[in-house]
Write a protein that binds this ligand. Structure first.
Ligand code: HAM
Length: 414
């Protein structure tokens, strides 16, 4: 039998799962502090949910969705992103009665992309959304929360916030028209992928990685000439607030984002340490999306971050060593051992026990695992109803009953 996992998928264990758990803990605690409520949605939805909102020209919909027909001939899709399912859930569960609604979630997403470091076909996203506020403070708060989370998880990495303003939906439409005209004149020089985008999504040519496309784009019209004064004001207030909060950013006029639903504020946190998959977190405003999905005409803004990308940048957590190792010399003493297991569980002291009755092997295993303390149960311990605790670093040995263990672990600042 072929036991390989599917290309672009991976098992998560060892150091990586510890990092995932830490990410999840930091995200949940920060979300709680800032009043975001958790929501998980099903892994698959009707395909229609994604097709229109994500843009029938965006890469995600055209090439990357895992879609299938089930026995009822329903067209279903493994969710490629979280924003649309979250809005669907907010509408169908009547969560939009009280606005703004602040939601967050963490979970797996699926995109059939070409796998490489930091890019997978099943990956996990952290997702934050605010529905029902057009206030610039919603933009600021979301960026602030993102920055706080990344600061905690990646204290030793340089992660830079890139910011752009795409204007209103109408501004964006006018801008797209003028871009189409501009690129049409240069059609012969553009890469094949970009030629395909001239009519339907010229914005995406601006973030092409092809060198000639980049050179041509340098002379393309600027979105700033199309943005309304009102939205310029909105953007200025965001920048002032970020300065006040001490969040460094660069203004990046080629930042357009890959999904079609964006307008106004868009942003990405990028790093130099991940090769070409350098965006850790990205998001922006999607005014109009809630109504496209059948909800009220309310604005929205959010972001998503890749858990795997954050994890790749995190250091391994070397503190996660089991606290005690148990060594039992004979099966006869299992009753005494069971009492110890109960005690350690009750007191939340982590232990390892390998079902082998060999003191020498147990001690060498404990040394190998870098466990600091071994609790030994032999004949005299069993008879005398106590335990021998050996500190492998100092060699110190103590004979202690259950009550004395309490004091011992307290004193040792466990
Ligand atoms: P996105 O830019 O498509 O945005 O994805 C957000 C983040 O998910 C990326 O910056 C990256 O860290 C991670 N990511 C995306 N694709 C992959 C992959 N194939 N492998 C590993 N990590 C990946 C969205 O999904 C929007 N829904 C974000 C949003 C929320 N906008 C508003 N609200």
């Amino acid at each position: 039998m072929d036991l390989r996992s599917v290309r672009g998928t991976h098992d998560i264990y060892g150091d990586e799962i510890l990092k995932f758990n830490k990410i999840s803990k930091v995200v949940s605690s920060n979300a709680k502090i800032s009043g975001f409520k958790e929501l998980t949605t099903p892994i698959f939805e009707f395909s229609k949910l994604f097709e229109k909102p994500l843009g029938d020209q965006s890469d995600v919909v055209l090439k990357e969705m895992y879609s299938f027909e089930d026995r009822n001939k329903d067209n279903l899709t493994l969710r490629p992103e979280y924003t649309t399912p979250m809005i669907r859930a907010a509408i169908t569960n009547s969560m939009l009665n009280e606005l703004p609604l602040k939601l967050f979630g963490i979970g797996p997403m699926f995109r059939r992309e070409r796998p490489q470091k930091g890019r997978y076909r099943q990956f996990n996203q952290i997702n934050f959304e605010i529905l029902g506020s057009e206030d610039y403070l919603a933009d600021v708060e979301l960026i602030f929360v993102a920055n706080e989370i990344l600061k905690k998880l990646l204290p030793n990495n340089i992660v830079i916030l890139n910011l752009n303003n795409l204007g209103s939906k109408k501004n964006l439409l006018d801008y797209k028209r003028s871009l189409t005209k501009f690129f049409k004149d240069k059609k012969n020089k553009l890469s094949k992928e970009s030629i395909d985008k001239i009519e339907k999504n010229p914005l995406r040519i601006l973030d092409s990685k092809n060198e000639i496309d980049i050179e041509i784009s340098k002379n393309a019209p600027s979105i700033q000439d199309y943005v309304s004064d009102e939205l310029k004001g909105h953007h200025k207030k965001i920048k002032d607030s970020l300065n006040l909060l001490g969040i460094k950013f660069i203004e990046n006029s080629s930042l357009v984002r890959g999904l079609d639903y964006y307008c106004s504020t868009v942003f990405e946190f990028k790093t130099d340490n991940l090769g070409s998959q350098d965006t850790i977190l990205g998001g922006g405003r999607y005014d109009g999306l809630v109504s496209i999905l059948g909800g009220p005409d309310i604005p929205g803004i959010g972001w998503a971050a890749g858990v795997e990308r954050i994890s790749l940048l995190m250091q391994n957590n070397t503190n996660d060593v089991t606290e005690v190792h148990i060594a039992v010399t004979d099966r006869e003493f299992t009753n005494h051992l069971l009492k110890l297991m109960q005690y350690l569980n009750f007191n939340k002291i982590s232990y390892y026990w390998n079902y082998k009755f060999n003191l020498k092997k147990s001690l060498s295993k404990a040394n190998k695992l870098k466990v600091r303390k071994v609790i030994i149960i032999g004949e005299k311990e069993n008879k005398g109803n106590f335990f021998t605790v050996k500190d492998l670093q100092t060699g110190e040995q103590n004979e202690l009953n259950l009550n004395q263990l309490d004091k011992y672990f307290d004193d040792k600042n466990w």
